[in-house]
Ligand binder design. Structure first.
Ligand code: SAM
Length: 288
């Protein structure tokens, strides 16, 4: 069954009384070239894979052909009977009816005796960043995250300091992973077609002992959030409001690190945010 074929999709909708939910970000792939391409680029042959949002199963199918085991997490229970039919041929697949944000990936790895997990998905757009951050912040042994996201967001995930796309999300993702833009996908490759184009990115997770050293992760991420809280303001102003310190104190912190006091958050790399957070920790440990 060609699951990206529009007439197959329409007849499955009719057979199971399925209607697309905008709220759940249900834009299914109708371009047959894309699911095998995502599965190939994810480099998951023989691996343990978790897919988020299988929909009718067009990507799941390609993942099952390559992976050792696939666990597909789908929030919409009305898709379960469809998936039972469309993916009946695979015995290396488990479908879980849940919100991915409630799934304990470490427990899943333990259940299958796996030491690492690869994530792959055509993500629902309404919740892309929370899902990606949930995966990266979990203590689970996630090796890589290969996902389709909206094009603008893809640019934000992979941008560098100084770029207008660089923001708090970029810096947070850069702490955990080496991000790579793989390829673009036009809006017409989906049904229903969204308003914007998409792109597939791969985030290769950096092992904990190879990440830039950060003494206190909470302060580090607080610095990043503060730095981008008001884009038009300087870092001094943003740090001053984010940490409730005087502007002169914020300026002193930057000067002591040879960072210009006129700098804005978008010009700094994660190493700079780590140095700032360490300085704040040193000077104000009791205050935070
Ligand atoms: N994989 C299919 C494809 O490529 O055609 C469908 C992708 S569609 C963009 C997103 C899918 O994620 C939908 O099936 C939707 O029901 C599901 N979904 C939405 N929110 C979810 C969540 N929080 N947890 C798990 N699945 C979710």
């Amino acid at each position: 069954m060609e699951l990206t074929n529009l007439s197959v999709i329409r007849s499955l909708c009719e057979k199971y009384g399925f209607g697309f939910s905008k709220t759940l970000g249900q834009n299914f792939l109708v371009n047959a070239a894309i699911p095998p391409k995502i599965a190939k680029e994810a480099e998951i042959d023989g691996k343990f894979v978790v897919e988020i949002g299988p929909g009718f199963g067009c990507l799941t199918k390609e993942l099952c052909k390559r992976a050792k085991k696939v666990v597909a997490v789908e929030i919409d229970s009305s898709l379960l009977p469809v998936l039972k039919e469309t993916l009946a041929e695979f015995d290396n697949l488990e479908i879980i009816n849940d919100d991915i944000l409630n799934v304990d990936l470490s427990a899943l790895c333990e259940k299958y005796g796996e030491k690492s997990v690869y994530i792959c998905a055509n993500l629902p757009y309404y919740i892309t960043t929370p899902i990606v951050m949930h995966l990266l912040e979990s203590e689970a042994p996630v090796k890589s995250v290969t996902v389709m996201v909206q094009k603008e967001l893809a640019r934000r995930f992979v941008s560098s300091p100084g770029s207008p796309d660089y923001g708090a999300v970029t810096a947070s993702v850069a702490y955990y992973t080496n991000p790579k833009l793989l390829f673009g996908v036009s809006a017409g490759s989906f049904y229903p077609a969204p308003k914007v184009d998409s792109a597939v990115i791969r985030l290769d997770v950096i092992p904990e002992n190879e990440r830039i050293p950060v003494k206190d992760r909470e302060t580090f991420f607080k610095v990043i959030r503060a730095a981008f809280a008001m884009r038009r303001k300087t870092l001094v102003n943003n740090l001053s409001s984010g940490f409730a310190i005087k502007k002169s104190e914020a300026a002193e912190i930057l000067s002591s690190l040879s960072i210009p006091v006129s700098a804005r958050g978008e010009t700094l790399g994660i190493e700079d945010f780590a140095r700032i957070s360490e300085k704040i920790e040193e000077n104000y440990t009791t205050a935070f």
